[in-house]
Design a protein around this ligand. Sequence first.
Ligand code: SPD
Length: 316
Amino acid sequence: MIELPKYQVLNLEHSGNLQKKRSHQEINKQMHEKKIWLDELHEGSRYGLEGKIIVKKKSSFQEIIVLETKAHGRALMLDGCWMTSDKEEKYYHECLVHPALSSLHEISNILIIGGGDGGTARECLKYKSVANIDLVEIDNEIVTISKHYLQQISMGAWNDKRLKVHFSDGFEWVKNINDNYYDVVLIDCSDPSKFSSGLFSKSFYKECQRIIRKDGIFATQSESPESFQNIHINIIKSLRETFKRVETMYSFVPFYPSGIWSWTFASDNVKSFLKEVNIEINSIEKSCDIWNLNYQSGAFKMMPNKIYKILSENKK
Ligand code: SPD
């Protein structure tokens, strides 16, 4: 039996179980019935969805909103930024996971930092060889809300015994892990903020390199080359200074600022970096809506020339 969250929850499916004060009920009813436009504001542009708010909560870390929409299904917004939606999550999660996992023969032990909506874990759990996933999420409210309201994203991942959820700061977690411990480390974080900026630092990448087995692989969402250009460049530069091989793929997540997004992969395994070797690759391809080997091979050639030029200048 899952324990229901005790806050302003507006979803009617669960409201019968909640002890709410009348005034709360009224506010909730109003919000639930009212269709609104919710926008992410980014440098004079807005990226919006129309829908009804079904969850609104201030956690110790951030403001969490779940919007029920017609166009995107359920959508999650954190501190005014879109994180994921039923409609677009596969563009993001499949691209973070499969280029990394399909390039290793054996994957047993995975670390996911962030990923509190369960989408990244769901994709990793498709691989039969995976025995353990540590998912380290700083905000327990995200996981609680995702379990109840974003089930179309996790698709049962939370019930898989191979997935262990830890509520902790990701940087602190990696500092306490032994050398060569994980086969894969995946960073599924939000944009840099006061509590996530460490996950974009070179010192964090160095810790990740230390805890990944020598031929293992690191992957991170690496922001937009358009709307977060400086952060994007810094991620790639810092990873190049840390690992022997680094490659970035580009695709799109239409409701993120500018639409174009990126994922960066890094390893000290020079020989077979990003080679498609996993024996489960055919069945994984069939299970995906977006990612396949063709899609991936195009996406790794999509670095915008202005980014390429800046990175080349920086090499000198
Ligand atoms: N600007 C949005 C960046 C969000 C990246 N993480 C999304 C989390 C989905 N699991």
